[in-house]
Design a protein around this ligand. Structure first.
Ligand code: CP3
Length: 352
């Protein structure tokens, strides 16, 4: 590990100040050069499967802003795709935007998945990881590389419902009415996620993040059963393969304070992503210091800029000073974000 990588030091438990900074969706549609590269690739899925161009879009925000981490450019449903589930992207018509998967809703469909082949089918993504890491060492030696996957619950939501935007009623129905079937899907997902994430680490990812974007959909006992328990199982498998100190970040979005406390204590992560609904002062005092916190500026403040942005950033910086912390948003950058506002935020965070 490069001792100068401030992001890795913070995840290792050091109260680095000014805090390291990166932003979810830092590569994406708010950057004209991203839109041009996606066009060149011939579409979003094509971009995700093109190692040269995926690496290129990963580097784009680093050339503009002083960020401390890069995140592998790919998408969460690429793991189901790698397990054999057909995937396409809606273009904004009646199906909306975003990923569309052929739903997996019965035992035959689950048995037809190929978790053992997932890492091999995802070979182009591993090549992307290797290219990004080499480019970082060459041109951005202080920047750490984050690999990622969706956490089992959130990936299952997309696999069972087939698309987002409707609160995933079929997945929640399966959890309530046929938990054994959902368990079978989770067993496949755990196997595939382990090999997919270990392959990313072997290709050069220096930290791994588990996105649980829909962790907030479940009642408390559902959170324990479908969010926390599978995350614990996955982090245990990753630790067995990658060693006890490998930096892992969990992001149980919209989980709420009680669930966050349980997650911070038991999920087996070094870092905890906070969404914008979490009060940073509460988080800094209530969550264990042994876990580095990451977040949680409202993406809307970044769109708005000016005073809203300054106030939001300062509130977080004030609360988190003196504890292991990584500055980020509470969710991804939205396409209507002016790049100038990102530059302003980076200066503000740098000033501590
Ligand atoms: O800079 C980065 O953060 C890099 C890569 C990244 C993407 N998706 C690229 C992307 C990451 C880490 C993700 C994770 C992801 N994907 C999550 C978890 C985090 C979250 O946002 O909650 C989820 C739920 C998905 C699934 C997904 N992918 C949705 C719901 C959508 C449509 C909504 C949207 O923001 O467009 C996508 C598409 C997507 N993933 C885009 C990008 C850059 C936009 C596609 C385009 O350019 O046409």
């Amino acid at each position: 590990m490069n001792p100068d990588k401030s992001f890795l030091r913070a995840l290792g438990g050091e109260a680095v100040w000014p805090p390291p900074l990166w932003l979810m969706r830092q590569a994406g549609r708010y950057l004209p050069e991203y839109r041009a590269t996606k066009e060149r690739a011939g579409g979003f899925l094509e971009l995700c499967l093109n190692p040269e161009l995926s690496a290129e879009v990963t580097f784009q925000p680093l050339r503009r802003f002083p960020l401390d981490a890069a995140i592998l450019f790919t998408d969460l449903p690429m793991l189901p795709w790698a397990m054999g589930q057909p995937l396409r992207y809606g273009t904004g018509g009646p199906e909306g935007v975003g990923p569309i998967l052929d739903p997996v809703r019965d035992a035959a469909a689950i048995a037809g998945l190929r978790p053992a082949g997932a890492a091999a089918r995802a070979a182009p993504i591993m090549e992307t990881v290797a290219r990004i890491r080499a480019g970082l060492e060459r041109d951005h030696p202080g920047v750490a590389l984050i690999g990622f996957a969706g956490a089992p619950w959130t990936v299952a939501c997309y696999m069972v419902d087939g698309r987002g935007g409707h609160g995933f009623p079929e997945t929640r129905r399966m959890a309530a009415e046929n938990p054994a079937l959902l368990d079978a899907l989770f067993a496949a997902l755990l196997e595939a996620s382990e090999s997919y994430l270990v392959a990313q680490a072997e290709a050069g990812a220096e930290a791994l993040m588990l996105f649980d974007s829909w962790a907030g959909l479940l009642p408390p006992e559902g959170f324990a059963r479908w969010v926390l328990a599978p995350t614990v199982a996955l982090t245990a498998r990753l630790r067995a393969r990658l060693g006890p100190d490998f930096p892992l970040i969990g992001f149980p979005r919209l989980a709420g304070p009680d669930n966050l406390l349980a997650y911070a204590a038991g999920a087996g992560v070094n870092g905890l992503g906070l969404d914008e609904t979490v009060d940073p002062a509460w988080a800094a005092s209530a969550l264990p210091r042994s876990v580095a916190l990451q977040g949680n500026l409202d993406s809307r403040a970044l769109v708005e800029g000016g005073e809203a942005l300054e106030r939001g950033a300062d509130r977080i910086l004030t609360a988190m000073r003196g504890r292991p912390f990584v500055f980020n948003l509470g969710h991804g950058i939205t396409p209507d974000t002016p790049p100038d506002h990102v530059a302003f935020l980076a200066q503000r965070v740098r000033a501590g």
